[in-house]
Design a protein around this ligand. Structure first.
Ligand code: ATP
Ligand code: MG
Length: 271
């Protein structure tokens, strides 16, 4: 469990990036964080493994405080982080080596390493690419590799700060589709995104604006607040917008669509 209690963060230049945030991230949950540019999402993420320390309040991970220096190593093992640009995080010449790299640094024995690599490749659906040079992977595959490498280190929490922002829609979908598999494998997922559509399968969504939590709830509750979302510069996924239109809904017999592929499929069937 990650507990933020009355957390504020002010940068050295006086910018108040987060203001009095109290929030608990439950184990094995998928939490989505969304909000306009500058709303404090990346600051929030960086507080979770002690990259930043709160100016006020506390961040506690499984009863360890990020301000406690002696716990920082353990906290960083528990909280794996994935950033936007996979190129910045890839350092080796093959998919398999890339996953092995982090494990070698942790001193994992050879046999266990092979097992972990195999499991990670399966979870991120790159099993057939293990000998390929990461430079020859697509953007989506590169990001999946980065996630696989983090997964293999067996963190309890996986934090992703806009992992799809550099990807085309197909790459984005590839990355988003593996998140439920990480959850099935027991991980807690914290995903920052600019697309509400990425959060349809989240357990809870937090909307940040100007450093504060302005909305929080299950996807269905958040998606039902279109006007409020607009006030925070957010728009509904268009698959959902379409469903809101009753005529179209009746015509296409739509019940619930969660992604673009399903929408395309329905439209193709009714052409
Ligand atoms: N290193 C820094 N020094 C000073 N101010 C900063 C720094 N990093 C971020 N800020 C400011 O803190 C506020 C929150 O920034 P943050 O990066 O957390 O927002 P964000 O929601 O991640 O934005 P984006 O969607 O653009 O990534 C913004 O006003 C930003 O300008
Ligand atoms: Mg950011």
């Amino acid at each position: 469990m990650i507990e933020l209690s009355n957390v504020s963060y002010t940068y050295y230049n006086g910018t108040k990036a987060l203001k009095d945030i109290t929030y608990t991230i439950k184990e094995n949950h998928f939490v989505g964080i969304i909000g306009p540019n500058g709303s404090g999402k990346s600051t929030f993420i960086q507080l979770l493994n002690g990259i930043l320390l709160p100016t006020e309040g506390t961040v506690c991970i499984d009863r360890m405080y990020t301000t406690d220096n002696e716990s920082l190593w353990e906290i960083r093992k528990k909280v794996g982080v994935v950033f936007s640009n996979p190129e910045d995080q890839i350092v080796t010449a093959s998919v398999e080596e890339e996953i092995a790299f982090g494990l070698e640094n942790l001193g994992i024995p050879h046999d266990e390493m092979l097992e972990r690599i195999s499991k990670a490749l399966e979870v991120v659906a790159l099993k057939d690419k293990e000998h390929i040079d990461p430079n020859h992977l697509s953007g989506g595959e590169k990001q999946k590799l980065v996630i696989g490498a983090v997964f293999a280190m067996e963190p309890k929490y996986i934090v992703l700060d806009e992992p799809t922002s550099m990807l085309d829609p197909y790459g984005r979908q590839q990355v988003i589709s593996i998140l439920p598999k990480l959850k099935e494998a027991g991980k807690t997922i914290i995903l920052v995104t600019h697309h509400l559509e990425d959060l349809i399968k989240a357990d809870e969504i937090l909307v940040l604006d100007e450093g504060k939590i302005v909305l929080q709830g299950k996807p269905a509750e958040i998606f039902s607040k279109e006007e409020e979302l607009k006030r925070h510069s957010l728009s509904l996924p268009y698959t959902l917008k379409l469903q809101v239109d009753e005529d179209i809904k009746r015509y296409l017999h739509l019940n619930s669509l969660s992604n673009v592929e399903e929408l395309v499929d329905v439209i193709c069937r009714y052409r």
